[in-house]
Design a protein around this ligand. Structure first.
Ligand SMILES: [Zn+2]
Length: 274
């Protein structure tokens, strides 16, 4: 091989290597954190200082998640997800299958409780609660990072309004660092930062319940869903009492502050439960 041919070969090899590197960079997944960056929060009617404060609260909330030791999760690949049987709602494959089993068992037990002939206090109570149930349903399960980001973004205004009086008393004022920590704390018990919700991991489900409103048991709305205002009615419902007895057998555990929210955690479920 003569010298010009070797040079040409080397040049070709370098060009190919360059192309390979460029192709790799082009095909790499976009930075998932970019989709949930604080700059993407909506400003709406907020003034510049108010908007900067919103971003700061968000940054602090994400930073809190990063130091919690929990892995940060963005979107699951669609191959990891499956619809919960009989629905369009997605969950992680194993959780979806387990939840299908749970819902089937709950519906069978609901029918059995409605038809139970016993007149003892427990049977009567279950039958009365079962009569209030029109349908066991799902509100939501898997959420993408951008869905979780949207929830955080939308809910912020209400949280900011609820904490304003307390923030005005903070050293540094309502938009100072102490106020940012106060609001971050307040937000943190109500919504997870994007990347840190177990809905994003595909293992959490928020149930819904269609029911007949009744004074006793105190089911006050025709539909119970993920709402803090409905925590007490949820705990009076046939379904919640059933979940507490049986969900562990299907690998689901309760999250007590939110009676509608259950998590698939088979390693932790079932201990001490029937
Ligand atoms: Zn939930």
């Amino acid at each position: 091989m003569n010298k010009p041919s070797i040079a040409l070969l080397l040049l070709t090899a370098l060009l190919l290597a360059g192309a390979a590197v460029r192709t790799h960079a082009d095909q790499a997944a976009p930075d998932p954190a970019g989709a949930v960056a604080p700059e993407r929060l909506t400003q709406g009617a907020l003034s510049a200082p108010e908007y900067a404060f919103k971003q700061e609260v968000y940054r602090r909330h994400v930073a809190r998640g990063l130091t919690s030791g929990r892995p940060r999760v963005f979107d699951l690949p669609s191959s990891a997800l499956a619809p919960i049987p009989g629905t369009q709602t997605l969950m992680r494959r194993d959780a979806a299958a387990a939840l299908g089993g749970l819902l089937g068992a709950a519906r069978a037990d609901l029918t059995a409780d409605l038809d139970a002939p016993g007149q003892d206090a427990e049977t009567t109570d279950r039958r009365e609660r079962a009569r209030r149930v029109e349908a066991l349903a799902l509100d939501n399960a898997y959420r993408s990072a951008s869905t979780q980001f949207g929830i955080w973004d939308r809910n912020y205004a209400g949280y900011a309004a609820s904490t304003r009086a307390a923030r005005l008393l903070c050293p540094g004022g309502e938009f100072g660092p102490a106020a940012a920590d106060l609001l971050r704390e307040y937000v943190g018990v109500r919504v997870a930062a994007p990347g840190f919700s177990n809905h994003q991991g595909g293992t959490a489900v928020d149930f819904a319940l269609r029911c007949q409103p009744a004074a006793a048991p105190a089911i006050v709305a025709a539909r119970l869903g993920p709402s803090a205002a409905q925590a007490d009615p949820w705990k009076e419902s046939w379904f919640w009492l059933w979940l507490n007895r049986r969900a562990g057998a299907f690998g689901f555990i309760a999250y007590l502050p939110e009676p509608w929210h259950w998590e698939f955690a088979p390693d932790r479920a079932g201990k001490g439960r029937s």
